[in-house]
Ligand binder design. Structure first.
Ligand SMILES: [Ca+2]
Length: 310
């Protein structure tokens, strides 16, 4: 679940998240990996790196999830059920993952490339979180709480500041329905590019706000022949390799800084290796990757459609 949350925050290529005790520049390869995420085999056809989920909660408190993933014994439905159960803090028995059907989820991507659980799982997470947020608003009223931030779900009950309230899951769901709050959600997930400003917050719940590092690797595929200049904006350190050559190297602590590569002549539809390493020491955290394309006056984030994993 935490891994899925991470993937939602940053995924383009295969990447590592590393927490490093060093207070300046951590080394690669890292000595200690506290959270390893490998989304290493997504589709190289980027348009396939998308998924949708449809989640219903019924007034008896049961949860129904439909996605485009196809269960063929590999356990993807179990993973998806675990996502929903985790978001609502319910026993997994309360969640039913439905058979795949394009009447419920249209335009599905193949269940392949080691990506089905991640893509469909994140879509499921998004749908569940939308419903959860609506339910928390209802819970705020019936538990007479001052804010939703005080509230959480745990073991089928609503908790306020860590203490169990008298509101259980089924009561809440039924109450929401009687208040005409939607208990259904359809969510769409597509993998993002590298364009992050995390501020002083952690990029994901399982990571620290400071002293972490990220490595993205994959391919970049230009859509036109011509001269390209890659541009990083980072706080703190950054290194960028294109086609095996180090083209940006600012592996220091600094405020948000833009660095440019030399001009690179690239060919359309070639897949160039690309690797971006980044570390955050403390305070603000920014990691952005842009490029100046042939004929353009200003750099723009490299679109996800032109980035792919291995
Ligand atoms: Ca910083």
């Amino acid at each position: 679940m935490l891994e899925l949350a991470l993937v939602k925050v940053v995924f383009v290529f295969r990447y590592f998240y590393v927490s490093d005790a060093a207070d300046s520049a951590p080394a690669f390869p890292p000595k200690k990996i506290t959270s390893f995420i490998c989304f290493g085999i997504p589709f190289t056809k980027t348009f396939m790196n998308q998924a949708r989920a449809l989640v219903h909660i019924y007034t008896d408190g049961s949860v129904s999830v439909s996605t485009g993933a196809v269960e063929m014994g590999q356990g993807v439905n179990t993973k998806i059920a675990q996502v929903a159960a985790e978001v609502f803090s319910l026993p997994i028995e309360r969640v039913r993952v439905q058979t795949t059907n394009t009447l419920r989820i249209a335009n599905t991507s193949p269940t392949a490339a080691s990506a089905a659980a991640d893509l469909n799982g994140i879509a499921t997470q998004m749908a569940c979180e939308s419903i959860r947020d609506r339910l928390l608003e209802v819970a705020k009223e019936i538990a007479e709480s001052e804010s939703v931030e005080q509230l959480s779900f745990k073991d089928g009950h609503v908790y306020r500041n860590g203490d169990r309230t008298g509101v259980d899951w089924q009561t809440l769901v039924l109450d929401a329905h009687l208040r005409r709050v939607s208990l259904s959600e359809h969510a769409h997930y597509a993998t993002p590019g590298i364009n992050f400003d995390w501020g002083t917050a952690a990029p994901a719940a399982s990571l620290p706000a400071d002293n972490f590092s990220v490595r993205w690797t994959g391919h970049v595929s230009p859509s036109a022949d011509g001269n390209y200049t890659f541009q990083t904006t980072s706080d703190d350190g950054v290194r960028l390799w294109v086609d095996g050559t180090l083209v940006v190297d600012n592996w220091t602590t600094h405020a948000p800084t833009t660095n440019s590569s030399p001009v690179l002549a690239l060919k359309a539809d070639f897949f160039y290796d690309i690797k971006l390493e980044y570390f955050e020491a403390q305070y603000g955290a920014v990691a952005k990757l842009a490029w100046l394309t042939p004929g353009a006056n200003a750099a723009a984030p490299i679109p996800q459609s032109q980035l792919s994993g291995y």
